[in-house]
Design a protein around this ligand. Structure first.
Ligand code: ASP
Ligand code: MG
Length: 409
């Protein structure tokens, strides 16, 4: 049993879906679970529908929605599939206008429900023995909408049973989405489909998990930002976690733990060249990565707090500070402290303002927006010099082999 995951970019057009079918057919008779994201930029488009609905702009919401439906219908047409493959076509009414996170999960899950329905229909038409499973029912989560926590034992039992009972060679499942006991849809956080694939791999004791991407594998830098990138053929789980945490877009940071737990190898392979080796993440990977690795994490906010009364910050405030950060779901990318201040860099999400407001009740707070965090692993004095010249660096941290710069964009 293997698990394959295809991201939005891989299935953004009819050629991509045909290519997916080709890659699946290369597996012969082997059982396969295929985890799929929403097609192309559908998740972003659905977020725009929701924002318009929340703002009460029904006309704009309808326009965006019609665009999403037309995009999927064009794909259905090109693949010669009937329109009724779509799970539904009418813009749903907003579930609960007062509750953004809840409404988000009910609406945005449409992207994955649709992509998987189309892909399953196409595989069947192409003669593959495929079936569609619904993760709303199978991946049981709590009700933390937009960042749901998976109930492991229950999900494992449900998914194993469903795959076994289905008895098909290929099971298609939605990445990114799950459901509560009451049957409401939940999502696991943006780019969460990788995490779904890792969980499914863990539950089913898969022989491997493969993430198919539109890059040759894991590179030492983003090819859109740096020329002369090199492929990292293999790396261990620890390095993979560090890389994804620092902001390497290649895999979601939560992906590694479920596969490491069971020593399942994770491959990152190029979608356009299925026989290429790509990168392999596994326990016995040879040594540390021997090229410097550059990772950008964009859209950061630096928040610095100090107690209102100049008491020492560490002893007295650490707990309540991080409790507030955690409760507002801020993802911390860097921490630094002095005698009277704590600074953290966090992803700029819609929850930042409320967190700052609450922090202000207890602390004096300063913050800077529009920052990027550059992490360089395997750095040298020359690299450090080269990367820091001419940049407005608000904060830097260096350890033996790693440098981190928070840079004003
Ligand atoms: N479709 C979701 C997103 O774009 C999940 C994923 O792609 O992994 O964030
Ligand atoms: Mg995606």
């Amino acid at each position: 049993m293997k698990v394959y995951k295809f991201g939005g970019a891989s299935v953004r057009n009819p050629e991509g879906i045909r290519n997916l079918a080709h890659i699946v057919s290369l597996c012969g008779d082997e059982q396969l679970v295929v985890v799929v994201s929403a097609m192309g930029k559908t998740t972003n488009a659905l977020e725009r529908v929701l924002d318009a609905l929340m703002a009460g702009d029904v006309v704009l919401a309808q326009q965006e929605w019609d665009g999403i439906i037309a995009y999927h219908e064009d794909i259905l047409h090109a693949l010669e599939l009937p329109k009724d493959v779509l799970p539904y076509r009418a813009l749903p009414a907003l579930a609960d206008r007062a509750n953004y996170d809840f409404s988000y999960d009910q609406l945005v899950s449409f992207g994955e429900l649709t992509s998987t329905a189309i892909i399953n229909a196409y595989l069947r038409k192409a003669g593959l023995d495929s079936c569609l499973l619904d993760m709303t029912r199978l991946l049981r989560t709590d009700a933390t909408y937009r960042d749901a926590n998976v109930c492991m034992a229950e999900s494992e039992q449900r998914i194993c049973e469903a795959v076994r009972q289905a008895g098909h060679q290929v099971c298609i499942v939605q990445g990114f989405i799950g459901g509560t006991t009451e049957g409401y849809r939940t999502t696991l956080g943006r780019e969460g489909s990788d995490y779904t694939a890792a969980l499914v791999g863990n539950f089913l004791d898969a022989e491997s998990v493969t993430i198919w991407k539109d890059v040759p594998g894991i590179l030492n830098a983003d090819p859109r930002l740096v020329k002369d990138t090199v492929l990292i053929p293999e790396l261990n789980y620890h390095d993979a976690v560090e890389l994804s945490y620092s902001g390497a877009q290649i895999i979601h940071p939560k992906t590694i733990r479920p596969i490491e737990n069971k020593h399942i190898p994770l491959y990152v392979k190029p979608f356009g060249d299925p026989t290429a080796a790509g990168s392999k993440i596994y326990a016995d990977a040879a040594g540390p990565i021997d090229v410097p690795v550059y990772i950008w994490r964009k859209n950061q906010v630096l928040i610095t707090i100090r107690p209102k009364d100049f008491s020492f910050v560490l002893e007295q405030s650490l707990n309540s500070f991080f409790e507030i950060i955690h409760r507002h779901r801020l993802k911390v990318s860097l921490i630094q402290s002095s005698a009277v201040t704590i600074s953290v860099s966090v992803d700029h999400t819609r929850y930042v303002d409320a967190a700052i407001e609450e922090l202000r009740e207890q602390f004096r707070v300063n913050y800077n927006e529009h920052l990027s965090l550059l992490t360089i692993r395997g750095t040298t004095p020359e690299i450090l010099h080269k990367e820091s010249v001419g940049r407005r660096i608000l904060l830097s941290q260096t350890t033996r082999r790693t440098a981190r710069f928070l840079i004003s964009e």
